[in-house]
Structures are given as C-alpha cells and as structure tokens.
Design a protein around this ligand. Structure first.
Ligand code: FES
Length: 98
C-alpha cells in the first residue's frame, strides 16, 4: 500500500501516517526508510516528537529508546517492543505492509 513519497521526508525527519485506521510513524534515517507504531509502548504517547539517530529512536517523554529496524527496546522505561512494518520503495513511492 502506497503511503507517501520519498520526497515527503527529509533526512532524519519523521511523519505520522494513517493506514487502515492505524497510526504509523514513517522515518527517514539518513536516506533509509522505516515504519513503526507511532505511539511509544510505554505510555502510548506520540513518538513523532522524539529524535531519531541512526537506528535508534528516543521518546521525548521518559527517554525510552527503540531500535527502528526490529522494534526492540534499547533503553527503558518501556518494556514492550514497538511493532515494525515492512517498507518497500517503488520509484518515488513508499509502500508499507505488515
Ligand atoms: S511514553 Fe515514551 S518513554 Fe514514556
């Protein structure tokens, strides 16, 4: 499913997109695209206000860190991983799937 264009996000920029009623965070990390749940698994607050550095996203609220490649928790207080989504680039289009 096409959800955005690669030109929609600058390097290290993030954007929330709605796909089938789910809110997903699309991330451009130095030219590579990733998609994860848009809400932190700690208190379900929006990760879009956080920061991405390489493969790590940091939640701005209590500092949890997750690996955006596989969703694992790198640093608490979050205990549960983030769901990740498959990202495929087709020309200028970004597609995602489960
Ligand atoms: S809501 Fe993200 S660390 Fe608490």
């Amino acid at each position: 499913m096409k959800i955005a264009k690669v030109t929609d996000l600058k390097d290290n920029e993030m954007k929330e997109v709605s796909v089938n009623g789910k809110s997903i965070l699309l991330i451009n990390s130095s030219g590579k695209f990733y998609a994860v749940d848009s809400r932190c698994s700690h208190r379900h607050l929006p990760l879009v206000k956080g920061k991405v550095d390489g493969n790590i996203i940091t939640c701005p609220y209590h500092g949890s860190q997750f690996n955006i490649v596989d969703g694992t928790v790198v640093h608490g207080p979050a205990a549960k991983p983030l769901k990740t989504y498959y990202v495929n680039i087709q020309g200028d289009d970004i597609e995602i799937g489960e």
